[in-house]
Design a protein around this ligand. Structure first.
Ligand SMILES: Nc1ncnc2c1ncn2[C@@H]1O[C@H](COP(=O)(O)OP(=O)(O)OP(=O)(O)O)[C@@H](O)[C@H]1O
Ligand SMILES: [Mg+2]
Length: 232
């Protein structure tokens, strides 16, 4: 049976925590090879969209469908193997006995880990305990781990956190290179309209747990009162 081309489809998704509605009827379609940015203020629901795609949280109703398959049970586990995820927050105790290289290697194998550590210019720190790294170095390790899986889907939740402008630019250049060679699907989230990478052409604005704007970057950012609509 021919496998369907990878397409992520979120249909009328509701996520609740107690009486609080976090995602409020969210629809989103992302085609194979697309690079989109979820843009929205703090608390709008961006991270919850990632957690829903990854099956980390259960929806109240609605569904996540990837390549025509609803993401439940074994399908979620299979999808995770094809997905690189860089979470927004990650902490570890300083005495946690694992080196930076070990963390990167959790993504795939050690050979790939060494390659991606080099690409991320982590050579000088890879044998240090992960907990001893600076915030930016930890962030780079997580990015290297995600890329070392050579994923089909890359989920980047505010990857600029902790990175200086140079490191962020280097990382995005790597993402673009990989995207071009592997036709990677990238979903990137940020609350900063000024941090949307050049190669990202589509912006999806999240507000109050639903999508309120979706279209070409220039159209969205040039919409009259876009700042007020997105952040107001
Ligand atoms: N387990 C939970 N219980 C209660 N409220 C929650 C829970 N998880 C998320 N929320 C709330 O849902 C809303 C959306 O959270 P989410 O982390 O998805 O936002 P975000 O857009 O990623 O924000 P940020 O830009 O700050 O990262 C927030 O108001 C948050 O407080
Ligand atoms: Mg978030």
């Amino acid at each position: 049976m021919a496998t369907k081309p990878l397409e992520i489809e979120i249909k009328n998704l509701f996520v609740k925590a107690g009486k609080t509605t976090i995602l409020n009827g969210l629809f989103l379609k992302v085609k194979k090879g697309e690079f989109i940015t979820l843009l929205g203020r703090n608390g709008s629901g961006k991270t919850t969209v990632f957690k829903s795609i990854l099956g980390i949280i259960k929806p109240f109703s609605g569904s996540v469908i990837i390549s025509g398959t609803a993401m439940t049970g074994a399908a979620v586990r299979a999808m995770r193997l094809k997905t690189g995820y860089v979470p927004q927050y990650f902490s570890s105790e300083n005495d946690f006995p694992i080196t930076a290289l070990d963390v990167i290697a959790m993504g795939k194998n050690k050979k790939q880990a060494i390659k991606w550590a080099g690409e991320m210019k982590l050579g000088a720190v890879v044998h240090k305990p992960f907990g001893a790294l600076s915030g930016g170095e930890k962030q780079k390790v997580l990015l290297a781990m995600a890329l070392s899986r050579e994923p089909e889907i890359l989920l980047l939740d505010e990857p600029n956190l902790n990175l200086d402008m140079k490191a962020y630019g280097d990382f995005m250049a790597l993402v673009e290179k990989m995207k071009a060679s592997l036709n990677l699907t990238v979903i990137h989230a940020t609350h900063l309209a000024g941090h949307i990478p050049k190669s990202c052409k589509r912006i999806v604005v999240v507000k109050g747990g639903r999508i309120i704007m979706d279209g070409p970057k220039d159209t969205i950012l040039k919409t009259k009162n876009s700042g007020e609509i997105i952040y107001g």
